[in-house]
Design a protein around this ligand. Structure first.
Ligand code: FES
Ligand code: FES
Length: 162
């Protein structure tokens, strides 16, 4: 079957098998290997991407179901050479060690901050509760999200005063 979807602003049409999962379409067909594949049982969250602006676990979505939709992956976060503030937050606060969970964490945390620009620690923990980090123990991830929230608020204030 043929599927057409927009990924990070670019439209792709490809021939696929109907049973192909979105995570495999992104990684193996489009070569967007920033989205990771960890468990295949909807437990680890490393495969999170956005579909029409909502985070989804791409190992639970058929590529065919993304037909006609807008998909955003971790490759679509930065604006050219400029990191998204959530990427900068992870960089500043050591929100990653091995980096395996990081693409999914970034997509989930970006979605959280877009909905709730000033999340509490509890709200951050709840937002990432569907995702497993094998390395950091989560506190540096939470610090990274808080760093981003504070810096985005400051940047907005500066724009308003300019
Ligand atoms: S690979 Fe999708 S949740 Fe683990
Ligand atoms: S940084 Fe290693 S799994 Fe999260």
């Amino acid at each position: 079957m043929q599927v057409t979807m927009t990924v990070n602003g670019v439209e792709y049409t490809r021939e696929i098998e109907g049973r192909m999962l979105l995570v495999h379409f992104l990684r193996d067909v489009l070569g967007l290997t920033g989205t990771h594949w960890g468990c295949d049982t909807s437990n680890c969250g490393v495969c999170v991407v956005w579909m029409d602006g909502e985070p989804v676990k791409s190992c639970t979505v058929l590529a065919a179901m993304a037909g006609g939709r807008e998909v955003r992956t971790v490759e679509g976060l930065a604006n050219g050479a400029e990191l998204d503030p959530i990427q900068e937050g992870f960089r500043q606060c050591h929100g990653l060690q091995c980096g395996f969970c990081t693409p999914g964490m970034l997509m989930t945390c970006r979605a959280l901050l877009d909905k709730n620009p000033d999340p509490t620690e509890g709200e951050i923990r709840e937002a990432i509760s569907g995702q497993i980090c094998r390395c950091t123990g989560y506190s540096s991830i939470i610090r990274s999200v808080r760093w981003t929230a504070v810096h985005e608020a400051k940047a907005k204030e500066e724009v308003a005063q300019a």
